[in-house]
Design a protein around this ligand. Structure first.
Ligand SMILES: [Zn+2]
Length: 283
């Protein structure tokens, strides 16, 4: 399941083919993904110029010249592939259509952008740009972790009095947008905070320390995507996914990577999801 850094690398991979470019036509090959597609989606996209391609949490938002915004969400298994773009580096024949190519954007610049999603937990929607903040998927989301609204005072206030584990609190999208299981585990490791510790019982200084740690954890992952993918895409044109090494995630039983720590990484299950942490240096 893509997390925020993967979605951000998908967005960056899409930029050269999509932002400031016109959608010549769109193929919408089925009526729905997770939810029905909006009415006349293909028609409403045709001829639209993508003025801006932005991200909110794990949603990619394309603001269109006609005043509507296209929302795209990758769900569990959604993938976006680009072929035949005009940049020159990856010019290749358009691949043969695949079974799960549900939506295809044919850009006027020659690029073909394919949304493929075997499990169909992904989503697309189209709505007036001016109402984007009020959209049901977007209205309740907290501040962006890489944005200015995510700061020490916000996090301290949001966690005050909360008796839920810090792991669950950081997964709460109202507190901070877009954080998922992997990067919460990694951020808590970097901050030296035990995932089971009650959010409201952690001292202000330690809570405050989480803000730069969360930012750095995400930024490092985005940078890893940028360095391991050329123009944020793989050679086959798929965007967003990259090999990434984690400090604790998926390393059950392995030695802690923190200098001078002799602890081992342990896995526990919290609210049905795995948490990985060091038994010695996370308190
Ligand atoms: Zn350790």
């Amino acid at each position: 399941m893509p997390e925020l850094p993967e979605v951000e690398t998908v967005r960056r991979g899409l930029l050269p083919a999509m932002e400031s470019h016109v959608i010549a036509r769109a193929d919408v090959n089925r009526p729905d993904l997770r939810w029905p597609f909006p009415d006349r989606m293909a028609e409403r996209l045709t001829g639209q110029r993508v003025e801006r391609l932005r991200r909110r949490s794990k949603y990619i938002l394309a603001d269109l010249s006609g005043g509507e915004t296209l929302l795209m969400h990758l769900g569990m298994s959604g993938r976006i592939l680009i072929s035949g773009d005009p940049l020159g580096q990856f010019v290749r024949d358009h691949p043969a259509p695949e079974k799960h190519d549900h939506v295809v954007f044919h850009m006027k610049n020659g690029a073909r952008i394919i949304f493929n999603d075997p499990r169909r937990f992904g989503a697309m929607d189209l709505f007036e740009t001016a109402t984007a903040e009020a959209h049901p998927l977007l209205s309740a989301i907290g501040p962006e972790p890489l944005g200015n609204a995510f700061h020490e005072d916000h996090l301290i206030a949001a966690l005050r009095g909360r008796m839920t584990p810090i792991k669950s609190a950081l997964l709460d999208q109202k507190i901070v947008a877009g954080l998922g299981n992997i990067y919460v585990c990694e951020a808590l490791f970097r901050a030296g905070i035990h995932p089971v510790r009650k959010a409201g019982k952690i001292g202000r200084t330690r809570v405050a320390s989480l803000v730069p740690v969360i930012r750095a954890t995400l930024e490092d992952a985005i940078a890893a995507g940028g360095s391991s993918l050329r123009d944020y895409r793989r050679a086959d044109g798929e965007l967003g996914y990259f090999q990434h090494s984690f400090d604790v995630y998926g390393r059950e039983g392995a030695p802690c990577r923190r200098d001078g720590c002799n602890g081992k990484v342990r896995r526990i299950v919290q609210a049905g999801r795995s948490s990985f942490y060091c038994t010695a240096c996370q308190r």
